[in-house]
Ligand binder design. Structure first.
Ligand code: ADP
Ligand code: MG
Length: 379
């Protein structure tokens, strides 16, 4: 059944429209977005599709075809941050954030279905927020820009759901363009579409979903944020993005705390890797990006310490089987990795990763190619 037909079956009338927003993977630039730094994500072909009708009576009805539990009915005037609500807090939080920002969103009926794997570090949460924000922007003629919608979505997740996250995921879902990666400056949200046509160069980028999520990750994000802020303070800068890679050794000399030193070294070097990867992409030297991915992984594993055995195994097995490079992507402690390969080696590399997982007694990972896809749109 189409999403529109599903909507009609639930609510008894056709929707006003249908919108889609993608999940994302980040090619390089990890844990940089809360340091005002740079990231390079791309949108996936996997999307959250929402059929939505406007309501003007203060009622918000939400339904996901992907969870049991029926329609969630809320009154927009009563929406309260951190009030729970499970999955419905994400779209309800978007309505709340829009109203908080003074936009007259008076209610909606929503039915959605997603092909973005949830909890795999591929940003199903941002896809859900952004599709809701875009639909309401159109239906209530709010006239917000894509970066403004991304900010609303981030605020929903931070303040209403209560998950601390940067702006990368929402910007990628809202602003990506097919065949490109998004070079984003998270300080001011300025961005550039960087051509990333893997197929034309005989390459593929595999996403490996380890299907694990270690509890260790809870709280680790906030701890890394605090450590980086302490590092910035010690170095006398507003944020670590202001530390140039050329000055990194001198900066590290000024840090006495070993943990903070490692965090600073990761953030400054990963910001630099974003710049180096973009220079390679602009020069048409995509194959040469591979070693920088692996270098970025080592930094996340050894300096920031947000990897885990499964992610390390993906990188090790893929590279041993002839991948050009690989790294964990997203917050770590499980979730997904990306692997750059020659397209004609992709099957062999995927098989090697599956075998390594089987040999280590891990569940079979999900593996699929990341085709750089379009950002949020009305269908
Ligand atoms: P990720 O963004 O990496 O997929 P998160 O934990 O940030 O993982 O977000 C996953 C949560 O988002 C789910 O637990 C659920 O609450 C919500 N969510 C995402 N997609 C859907 C969907 N299609 N239907 C209902 N809830 C969803
Ligand atoms: Mg998320």
């Amino acid at each position: 059944m189409s999403v529109a037909a599903g909507f009609e079956a639930l609510y008894g009338a056709a929707p006003d429209g249908v919108w889609a927003a993608p999940g994302r993977v980040n090619l390089i630039g990890e844990y940089t977005d809360f340091n005002d730094g740079f990231v390079l994500p791309l949108a996936l072909p996997h999307t959250t599709v929402a059929a939505v009708s406007r309501r003007d009576d203060g009622v918000l009805r939400l339904h996901s075809g992907d969870v049991d539990g029926g329609i969630v009915r809320l009154d927009v005037a009563d929406l309260e941050p951190l009030s729970g609500g499970g999955w419905a807090a994400y779209p309800a939080g978007v309505v709340w954030a829009l109203r908080e920002a003074g936009h007259p969103v008076a209610g909606a009926d929503v039915h959605l279905v997603s092909t973005v794997p949830t909890g795999a570090g591929l940003s199903s949460s941002a896809a859900l927020e952004v599709v809701t924000a875009l639909a309401l922007n159109d239906l209530f003629e709010l006239g917000l820009t894509r970066p403004e919608l991304a900010r609303i979505a981030q605020r929903a997740e931070n303040a209403f759901v209560g998950v601390p996250c940067g702006i990368m995921d929402q910007m990628a879902s809202a602003c990506a363009v097919e065949g490109h990666a998004l070079h984003l400056d998270t300080r001011d949200l300025s961005h550039r579409q960087v051509p990333f046509d893997l197929a034309a160069e005989g390459l593929a980028l595999l996403v490996v979903d380890t299907r694990v999520k270690h509890a260790l990750g809870d709280g680790a994000y906030a701890e890394r944020c605090a450590g980086c802020e302490a590092g910035a303070r010690a170095l006398g800068v507003r944020a670590l993005r202001e530390v140039d890679a050329a000055h990194l050794p001198a900066a590290l000399d000024r840090l006495s705390d070993g943990t903070i030193l490692r965090y600073v070294r990761h953030v400054v070097s990963d910001n630099d890797r974003v710049a180096r990867v973009i220079a390679l992409l602009d020069a048409g030297a995509t194959r040469a990006v591979g070693p920088l991915l692996t270098e970025g992984h080592a930094s996340l594993r050894d300096d920031l310490r947000v990897s885990c055995a499964e992610l390390d195994l993906v990188v090790e097995a893929a590279n041993a089987a002839g991948a050009l490079g690989a790294r964990m992507t997203g917050g770590g402690f499980g979730g997904s990795a990306v692997v750059l390969v020659d397209a004609d080696r992709a099957e062999d590399v995927a098989a090697a990763v599956r075998k390594a997982f089987a040999d280590a007694g891990h569940a079979e990972p999900g593996i699929f190619p990341a085709v750089p896809s379009a950002g949020a749109r009305r269908l």
